[in-house]
Design a protein around this ligand. Sequence first.
Ligand code: ZJS
Ligand code: ZN
Length: 351
Amino acid sequence: MDEALGLAEFCRQLPKVELHAHLSGSVSETTIQKLQVKKGVGHDHAHQGDIAIGKGETRHLEEPFRIFKIIQDLSDTEEAIFTMTEDVISEFAADGVRYLELRSTPRHVPHTGMTPSTYVESILSAIQTCKDREDVVVRLLLAIDRRQSVETATTTVRLAQEYVLRSDGVVVGIDLSGNPAVGDGRDFIPVLKEAQNSGLKLALHIAEISQQATSPETAALLSLPPDRVGHGTFIHHNQDLADMVVDKNIPFEICLTSNVKAQTVASYSDHHFQHWYSKKHPCVLCTDDKGVFCTTLSEEYRHAAETFQLTRPDLWDLSYHSIDHTFGGEDLKQQLRDKWNTEKEKLFQTT
Ligand SMILES: CC(C)=CCNc1ncnc2c1ncn2[C@@H]1O[C@H](COP(=O)(O)O)[C@@H](O)[C@H]1O
Ligand SMILES: [Zn+2]
């Protein structure tokens, strides 16, 4: 008799930490349809094939950025930002995520009156609404898009500094993201330093594409140093960069499906997770854009288990140690560890 949980169900029931989730890229098809209805645009305006990359599909690097733009155009009001944040939080909670760091780029949309401040407020208000309803603690990083001017990036950092106090600690840090083939990350170093000096944490997309293994921006960004590296796909291709990451013990946010579907790695088994995990370097499994890449965090755990032969206790450890790399503060980390330990017994009783 097989009473053991299947791997997929084990991964869903495993309490998980999600540290790399872009709001617009995390929006599900159901929410997109809601946004279309609210905006009064037809369902065929952006059907599933246009706004998501399905199972087994891969696309050119530029494609996800075209999709983000479609979703951002659909979410150009405070009400839409509230709705998508609320839905994304509920979906992560339903997938067993118990601590979630969302990140999003504040936008100014003059024709609807949404400003970077009201954008952030709409997200915070949805986080507040979900606080008592969903079994997940949510924190927020404000994102700088590489395409933006240093002036806009400065406004984002100032907003984050202001909201750290006003949000009662929900805003915790700054993300640097956007199309890695565009711009030079070094332009943002002074403003990132300012963020860091004011106590904000830094999670930066670094070396996502092969050209960045040799570009001077990678070493410059790593020497800040950031608190976490997003992707870091090509860091181990350059010994000096790999040494920097090891010396400073900078954790990697690992997004398996995102990297395979956007073709920055050839297949799951070629993923750099293997390199770092085998060296016992801190790695945190994440989704990046669960809507656009059609995944969930539990599926990412399952892919890791199946590809790299991880046992259930390995998956447990991976999830538990992810708590160490959260930006929510020491007290919260301890609360999460307690929660994980309580759930451990239940989970392993049924497996
Ligand atoms: C194609 C590829 C290498 C994908 C890896 N993934 C990503 N790389 C860099 N920036 C990203 C990625 N996924 C989402 N973003 C950023 O997140 C934004 C969407 O979320 P939001 O509007 O900030 O709420 C995008 O416009 C982009 O700036
Ligand atoms: Zn990302």
